[in-house]
Design a protein around this ligand. Structure first.
Ligand code: EPZ
Length: 420
């Protein structure tokens, strides 16, 4: 297992190119199963999760070429309808093939994804939505066994305990493309990645409207076409580098990003004290010495994203004053807190709220990553900690960040990867 060695104290400078969005690439690769025509996807990030999704669609019968961030995919025939446990356990987003296989083959057998470090991650809303469209679903031997005589367009209610669901919105949308009649999904998630999936589906011959709002309409019957599609930039990677500038009090430029997807994050950085300069596909972030505390309330898009709260916890650990973060989406997403406390951070967890009292300087430590965003928060803390920080189990980070340490090194950070 690899680890990072980070020498704290370096200032950052220069430009960093933001990669394509992981959370858009994964469902769009699954959505490409809907057509028997050739599909070319550009700006696909070269990540462990993307390679796992490629392994899955190849298992199902796709011919795939992936190089230099371009993925060519052709699925003339679906050869298998099962998503095996040893693939799904590596990446829960494998469940997106449920919607595609039901649409194209009217049956699917997908391993239950199980929970992960940040929470139980149930898929009951996916199942309820697919059942509403006329799917018979049985959970047996750790698998979702799904089949349908035909999918029928319906009104699908996706109200869950924490609001709606990004994954369930996408899964239902995929299945509904081949239903008889129209499907209305409400409340639908309106994250940019959901919009990107809908844009892709419209390009391959489906008819979707309302994406980006809380009500999506999917007209049944999709006339498959071949397509070129460019994946949107990764707003969470962009936000992560913006925090790297703020925490090291540096000035860096994010390129190839989409500033309008970053509003919740950039507004919060400005409130804390960073200066932000946005243009069409660039953002210049300048961290300043005298930042001040703030209160963060995680919310669905366009609110402050849950995928950015760990990074901000690292930042607020060294911002004078008392800050709070309220995590409203996942049950156990403060795993980075205990590791940051080992660096001297003053954090107390009160239920779904973290209270952070900023200190002047973190001290280096041996740290262990627990999940994707917690691991990147530890790296950000290591950039400013006094001494040499090691972050082990960075396979968590490799799932969602492309060439992360190389991008940081190019900005001037002193970080290297070591095989443990
Ligand atoms: C997507 O997860 C993202 N993953 C997550 O990013 C992101 O944090 C999340 O959306 C919220 O924005 C991908 O896109 C691959 P949800 P998803 O369904 O779809 C509950 C990252 O770091 N829920 O919107 O799984 C659920 O437990 C990852 O890149 C049910 O109860 O999130 C959670 O509390 C982490 N039943 C809430 O809803 C269900 O059937 C929102 O989850 C589904 C979800």
């Amino acid at each position: 297992m690899d680890r990072f060695i980070i020498e704290g104290g370096a200032k950052l400078h220069g430009k960093v190119k933001i990669s394509g969005a992981k959370n858009s690439a994964l469902p769009i690769i699954a959505a490409a199963l809907l057509t028997d025509k050739k599909v070319v996807l550009e700006n696909i990030p070269d990540l462990v999760d993307v390679r796992t999704m490629i392994e899955l669609v190849k298992h199902l019968g796709s011919e795939v070429e992936f190089s230099h961030n371009t993925l060519k995919m052709h699925t003339p025939k679906i050869k298998r309808i099962d998503a095996p446990y040893d693939i799904v356990r590596k990446m829960r987003a494998s469940y997106y093939v449920l919607g595609s296989l039901l649409a194209r083959e009217r049956r699917a057998k997908v391993s239950l994804p199980g929970g992960c470090a940040i929470g139980p991650r149930p898929i009951d809303m996916h199942i309820r939505g697919l059942e509403t469209l006329g799917t018979n679903i049985e959970i047996k031997d750790g698998f979702v066994h799904a089949q349908t005589h035909f999918l029928k367009g319906q009104e699908v209610n996706l109200q869950g305990p924490k609001g709606t669901s990004v994954g369930a919105t996408i899964n239902v949308m995929l299945a509904a493309t081949h239903a008889k009649g129209d499907t209305i999904i409400s409340p639908a998630a309106c994250e940019p990645e959901v919009v990107d999936v809908a844009d892709f589906l419209n390009k391959i011959g489906c008819t979707i409207s309302g994406h980006g709002t809380h009500t999506i309409v999917v007209k049944g019957k999709c006339t498959p076409a071949s397509v070129h599609h460019r994946i949107i930039p990764d707003r969470i990677e962009a936000g992560t580098f913006a925090v790297a500038a703020a925490i090291t009090r540096s000035k860096i430029e994010l390129t190839h990003c989409q500033p309008e997807h970053l509003t919740g994050v950039l507004d919060k950085l400005e409130e804390i004290g960073s200066s932000i300069d946005k243009s069409n596909d660039k953002v210049v972030v300048k961290g300043i010495r005298n930042m001040h505390a703030t209160n963060i309330f995680v919310a669905p898009y366009p609110g402050f994203p849950t995928d950015m709260q760990a990074q901000f916890m690292a930042l607020l650990s060294v911002v004078p004053g008392t800050s709070t973060i309220k995590e409203t989406i996942f049950e156990n997403r403060f795993m980075q807190a205990v590791e940051l406390m080992r660096m001297g951070a003053n954090i107390t967890i009160e239920g779904d709220t973290a209270v952070i009292k900023g200190i002047r300087k973190l001290s280096a430590a041996h740290l262990m990553a627990s999940d994707l965003r917690a691991s990147v928060a530890l790296v950000l803390a290591g950039l400013v900690a006094k001494g040499q920080t090691t972050v082990s189990r960075i396979y968590h980070l490799d799932r969602g960040y492309e060439r992360f340490e190389m991008k940081l090194r190019k900005l001037g950070a002193r970080i290297e990867r070591q095989c443990e």
